[in-house]
Design a binder for this molecule. Sequence first.
Ligand code: PMP
Length: 439
Amino acid sequence: MPHHTEDIRLLEELDKKHFLHPTSSIQQQQDEGPAFIFKEGRGIYLEDVKGNIVIDGMSSLWNVNVGHGREELGEVAKAQMTKLAYTSSFATFSNEPAIRLSAKLAELAPGDLCATFFTSGGSEANDTAYKLARHYWILKGEPERKKIISRTKSYHGVSMGATSATGLKPFRDFTSSLAPDFFHVDHHDPVALRDLIEAEGPETIAAFITEPVQGAGGVHIAQANYFKEVKAICDMYGILFITDEVITGFGRTGKWFGIEHNGITPDMMCFAKGVTSGYAQLGGVMLSKELHDDFKKLSTGPLLHGYTYSGHAMACAVALKNIELIEKENLVENAKLKGGGLVEGLHWLQENKKMVSKVRGLGLMAAIELSDENLKKVQIPISSSIVNEAAKRGLICRSVTFDGQDTIVLAPPLIIKKEEIEKVVLLLHDAIDVVERKK
Ligand code: PMP
């Protein structure tokens, strides 16, 4: 049932007056009001207050892996909230969901990653990783190892450290001062990493951080052997290798964790988003056994890092149930199978629409790149026009225009069915059609 027109108008006015939206154009919000005011979600679908039903082709922010409206997660949240919603994890105080989740993560994670530091999200997970890496080197007697290297086109979040690590320049240019000792290398050239390490001095580098598939930068998949080569370079210089699995974790790429496609194991792994499918705010960093053992051996004082919500009982209980759903419903396998179908569909689109110049995808994260000889004459990027048309027709996808790209990205929930994938591709086709004809 849609809301009454006056209620919708009131909500729009209140939104414009009081709600400062993340990563949004304030001007557009003031001119047009909020794009959608959602009120319900079921599976891959969202419904807004006007009664529009759309496919959540981005799993909202790449995170609603098990789909919307899952009763099981609501029930577990209620049970844990009414029993013990939250208590501190500082000073070795503990709680059962956090203990059980850390053990479950050790079972699922690649290599010998075995100990988890919990946060409330991905940016905090990344900042924690940088601080723990630097602290590790202090403990090891090499305090000059403090530089963090990340890749161009990377996105690691918006806290001060994570913004500084982010390779997408507009995010760094948004603010005037950044955290020191962050460096960026070309995103697909292992030689560039070696050259930078040599130029800066290997004894000054703490860690290298990378997404296994670069998400917000436009779904960029590294060439075969890229990760093997960069891992070998990190090992050669004794640099810690951190994988940022905030998007790629928990099945998104057709494996539990994205780095598993590359046959290497990280020293640290950051996660968030899919760990709870967005039903609660949770992230974390995992440490390898070697690092954990070193921390146990060398730490003397307290680990002076911690968030109020580190190890939040309700969030951890939701994560455990969410992981159970992913396992029970074979969603990792489904991401692999349906991801194959999605990429196939996008290739069909490429054959039929000449403005689609490239297709990329791994599991259920995919992108099409657009090129058009008239593109430079168009004021707004063509991907934005297509995304707007798709939304009108019932599909949410995202336009990525950083670094002169004109790309549309897709990352539907891992529960998606074959016929729904076909629907996504057809809706995108129709949206491109309309934009093509308008030119
Ligand atoms: N790392 C990656 C790879 C991400 O995609 C994101 C969020 N999109 C983050 C970190 C930041 O996570 P959060 O927004 O939860 O702070």
